[in-house]
Design a protein around this ligand. Structure first.
Ligand code: NAD
Length: 441
């Protein structure tokens, strides 16, 4: 039970030290959270609703399962990548992202859409060796065992080798650290259509004891690196200046505004964090919709933004071509898969991948990079012209209206007033709703 009497015998205290929660039946888990959180039956029902998934499926995916956390799934339209049209599934709770991506893709489409490329699906596994008096000597010793290391790694994943992937090479670095020199071996693995973390980790673990034997050192960590510098996706698009104009600004000026905004991001990490967050609005939404590991993508993106040049920089670049049109490019790590993890077991993710029609993890990564570029364009354009709030306002107002309890056509009527008055605030929404209802009676 989550609620127990205190030792003093007074008011019940809530205890989270519940052993074997995972062994409890679903009913017992719901009972526990209901008592602990003092939840209403309807609240527990909301949590336990697993939507498109069966409880047993969810229960197999993670531990201590009590339900699911549904997110809205929207479809971004207008995307054309390398001449092929895509409908893009995006799972995200933030309003205006899907609309912004669709709008940006419409403008990019006028100049041929997105053109992409990528490196191979290469991930790096790291093996950390410490306690070596002659780290440079150990490095050379490890390199001399390259072929053996690759066979040990590949024996662990015949399936990956069969589909054309597997361990390809090794790199060995001597790293200076707070605790003295370490010898870090990188396993260079072609992961084909897998994100690859399990595959690479298994290989790294298999290789590790051999490195200890050959060098006399001690292995600690054996794990994939999310700074996937060998698994980059790139995309480029042209946004015609004529299509950028607003009611008050000519296209040329909007282009200049976007270039100023980009220069700001490149010069200032405080701005750049938000600039890259805008990129990730688009990227994460597709990564989530396809059942991929968005923490891995986030870690890869931001570490790459810091690693590629001196300091934390933009994941995108913005320039003007000879005709004065805006040219956007993006290049970032894109460790996504079509097999493994949740991608092939989550029914909604599977349906979304089918809808996307991508045939390889590389194609998926390139499409996702294009969505990130589109999203960045949309945010910069809004920021450089009317400011971000105007576009957000009516969508945000809908959320506010719903939060204060507006239902049915009340939502539209509250939104209309809030947007008109430019007061998208909870207190005003409450007043408007109260007035509306008073007028009805
Ligand atoms: P996985 O092991 O479930 O699937 C990959 C395996 O599928 C390959 O090893 C291969 O044997 C097989 N396979 C079949 N067809 C294939 C094809 N066409 N291409 C490639 N492989 C094919 O999953 P994974 O991709 O190795 O690992 C992904 C999971 O690891 C994700 O759930 C992620 O969240 C998790 N994870 C991530 C990290 C991290 O990012 N740091 C760490 C640990 C675990």
């Amino acid at each position: 039970m989550a609620t127990k009497l205190s030792s003093a015998g007074g008011a019940p205290v809530k205890r989270s030290d519940i052993s074997g929660f995972y062994k409890k039946s679903p009913d017992e888990r719901w009972q526990t959270i209901r008592e602990f959180g003092e939840l209403e039956p309807a609240e527990v029902d909301t949590i336990r609703n697993t939507g498109a998934l069966r409880f047993e499926q969810v229960d197999r995916m993670i531990e201590n399962v009590v339900g699911t956390m549904p997110l809205p799934l929207g479809i971004a339209v207008n995307f054309q990548v390398n001449g092929k049209d895509y409908l893009i599934p995006m799972a995200i709770e933030e309003p205006s992202v899907v609309a912004a991506a669709s709008n940006a893709a419409r403008i990019a489409r006028e100049h041929g859409g997105f053109t992409t490329s990528s490196t191979g699906p290469i991930m790096l596994g790291q093996i950390q060796l410490v306690g070596i008096p002659d780290p440079n000597g150990a490095r050379i010793t490890i390199l001399s065992h390259r072929d053996e290391i690759l066979s040990i790694a590949n024996e662990k994943d015949p399936m990956l080798v069969k589909v054309g992937g597997g361990a390809r090479d090794i790199e060995v670095r001597v790293l200076d650290s707070k605790r003295g020199p370490m010898v870090i071996t990188h396993l260079v693995v072609d992961c084909r259509d897998a994100m690859g973390a399990n595959a690479v980790n298994t290989m790294a673990e298999a290789v590790a004891p051999h490195l200890e034997k050959w060098t006399g050192g001690r292995v600690y960590l054996r794990i994939i690196s999310n700074l996937a510098v060998r698994r980059l996706a790139r995309s480029r698009a042209v946004f015609g200046k004529e299509s950028l104009k607003t009611d008050t600004l000519p296209g040329e000026e909007v282009v200049e505004g976007i270039l100023e905004a980009y220069a700001f991001a490149e010069a200032d990490p405080f701005r750049c964090a938000t600039h890259n967050k805008g990129v990730m609005n688009g990227i994460d939404a597709v990564v989530v919709a396809t059942g991929n590991d968005w923490r891995a993508i986030e870690a890869g993106a931001h570490s790459y933004a810091a690693w590629k040049s001196n300091g934390y920089r933009s994941l995108t670049a913005w320039e003007k071509d000879a005709s004065g049109n805006l040219v956007g490019t993006i290049e970032l790590p894109m460790a996504v898969g079509l097999v493994g993890g949740a991608t092939a077991v989550h029914p909604t993710a599977k349906a979304n991948v089918k809808l996307l029609g991508v045939k390889s993890a590389q194609e998926l990564g390139e499409v996702i990079a294009s969505v990130g570029l589109a999203q960045n364009f949309a945010a910069l354009r809004a920021l450089a012209t009317e400011g971000i709030q105007r576009g957000h306002m009516s969508l945000h107002a809908r959320n506010i209206a719903a939060t204060v309890g507006a239902v049915g056509d009340e939502v539209d009527r509250v939104v209309e007033v809030l947007v008109k008055e430019r007061k998208v605030r909870m207190d005003r929404a409450k007043e408007v709703l109260t007035d509306l209802r008073a007028k009805k009676h």
